[in-house]
Design a protein around this ligand. Sequence first.
Ligand SMILES: [Zn+2]
Length: 424
Amino acid sequence: MGINQLLRFAFVVVITCQFGTHGKVRYDGYKVFRITPRTQDELKWIQGVADRWETLDFWRHPTKVGRPVDVMVSPAQQLDFVRSASRPGLEITTWISNVQDMIDREAAEMINSKNDVNAVNFDYNQYHTYEEIFAWMNEFSSSNSGVSMVKVTTTYEGETVYGIRIAKSPFAKNVAYIQGGIHAREWISPATVINLIDRFVSKYGSDATVTSMLDNFVWIMVPVYNIDGYKFSHTDDRMWRKNRNPNTGGCVGVDLNRNYDYKWEGDGSKCAQTYPGTEKLSEPENSGSKDFLQSFGTDLKLFIDFHSYGQYWLYPWGYTEKVIAVHPHRDDQKALATKVENSISSVHGKDYLVGESGPDMYPASGASEDFGYGSLGVKYSYVVELRDEGTFGFELPARQIQPTAEEIYAGMKTLGEQLVAEYA
Ligand SMILES: [Zn+2]
């Protein structure tokens, strides 16, 4: 057996063992380590580790001194990883000792809630499968005036990606666009978009701010952008992030949030969680949504992409860690994000870090906030990391859906006021 054959064999063994008897990927014994760099040196060190272990699943990348890094490691790799990441003074702690336990707890909670789920009596406090969300979208749009479903794009597997279009006034020309679920496993994102849609529509006519937001803008809100990945995260692999493009000759999936066309960069392993695809906009999800959004021209005034976790409200640029001097809208983007954050934190006391995506979080090219601003020309283009700050991570309990929606709703009203004042 040559080394290549041997590696392929080893790879197949790892993949096979990960599947349990029901075909679902299991995470028995998978740990999530937390490493918090306390000096620039330690930060550089962890960044080096992340570069070397490119195909490991970093739930939170190294960003700044003092900010935790979370990385999920299989039982087979734990010893090597800890050995390679260790250095004197650097503390590596186990945050989650068995990822499968968390997945099992969540699955049990979902099964217990199933009885009261249907399209008419939709439970806004639970996580839902795509089929349930789609049924809700149909029901919601046919039973509310001025609300319809609009085709935004298609997926690799041929699903149509729909947005809920809220158009209360025939005179509204400007468009505000919000999307959730680009990363499959970040379930709080679709749940938050669904709750925002429901609040906007139900508060129309009684809440003055929402009424003016809906009278002056057409809102297009996509609960689940990466449908293929989201479905897969329910049926096969709770920790799935990318889309489901099979990538001939490598691992499955392209990171849609590295595949947009502004400053796209084409390096990276197909097996990495952040694989950007063969070329910019190679994925139908993104090429189609670009055509859709571009069709609004300068009428498009807002682009928001919801993720989790970490609690950030971020503006461009994301592609570089340098603060680029030529960026005429940075002050406006930051000022509005700061106001929005004040409203968010006033509801439940949760702080979201406001910053420039690349310099204040970590650089990522081909990402959505740069697409919104650099490619579509939308000044208010944000990427938001929802709850939490690293207690539950992607496995945010369903009981936190409502408080998350409440604080984001407050933030969106502040944002909407500004949109109306500036553009209406
Ligand atoms: Zn994400």
